[in-house]
Ligand binder design. Structure first.
Ligand code: ZN
Ligand code: ZN
Length: 221
């Protein structure tokens, strides 16, 4: 998959997962560690390549210039799913592991997911200054002075846009970190890697070294 659409794909996958957990009797394939994750990843990667191109680049910026996207965002029925070659594996899998009875149920479900996806993908960016909480977002200490870390470091903004790693509205996303945690973040990865792979606090916290640091830092006075 091209990097152009990878963040949109993960948004789509999350929307799918959220709709799946609200369907009543999801079994998931047997013997899997994390049925929701495996099931969602499989379904999302089956159906995503079949969707209209406009969906892959859906963003707050493209909404203002793309009239097809505007139609889709205001009316999920605008996407004519009958004309799309949705793989039969998508229907087969959904009907085996949920109470969905037929392709109609699956299509109805997919429409809801796409509607959630369009709302999320085209939402205006948050005003980052207002995301400041009381605590450092890594060590969770509340009595320390907070600094803001550009999750996509400014020195690589040009490259980020050229390579389409993120949309322009993402560039000013910040995390509020205490000074020691802020330094730790810059210590574990280069600006380019931060921008490409660790552009949210959650992604940073998936790293073992940041977890080890967090454990240490949270105990410091
Ligand atoms: Zn901290
Ligand atoms: Zn920083």
């Amino acid at each position: 998959m091209s990097s152009k659409s990878s963040s949109q794909f993960s948004t789509f996958k999350d929307c799918l997962a959220r709709r799946l957990i609200s369907t009543t009797d999801l079994d998931g394939p047997e013997g899997s560690d994390d049925p929701l994750d495996e099931f969602t990843s499989y379904l999302a990667s089956e159906v995503w390549p079949a969707l209209p191109d406009t969906l892959y680049t859906a963003s707050y910026e493209s909404l203002s210039s793309d009239t097809v996207l505007q139609e889709m965002a205001s009316d999920p029925f605008y996407i004519s799913l009958d004309a799309i070659p949705i793989p039969t594996s998508f229907f087969d899998t959904l009907t085996s592991y949920t109470h969905f009875e037929d392709a109609h149920d699956c299509i109805r479900f997919l429409r809801k997911v796409l509607s959630d996806y369009l709302t999320e993908a085209t939402a205006p960016p948050p005003v980052w200054k207002q995301t400041r909480g009381e605590k450092c977002e890594i060590c969770e200490r509340g009595w320390v002075r907070l600094t803001y870390h550009h999750l996509i470091p400014r020195s690589v903004h040009g490259k980020v846009l050229k390579r389409k790693w993120h949309t322009e509205s993402m560039l000013n996303s910040v995390a509020w970190l205490c000074r020691p945690c802020h330094s730790a973040v810059h210590h574990v990865a280069s600006n380019e890697d931060l921008a490409r792979y660790f552009y949210t606090v959650d992604l940073l916290l998936e790293r073992d070294d940041i977890q080890a640091w967090k454990k240490y830092a949270s105990k410091q006075k």
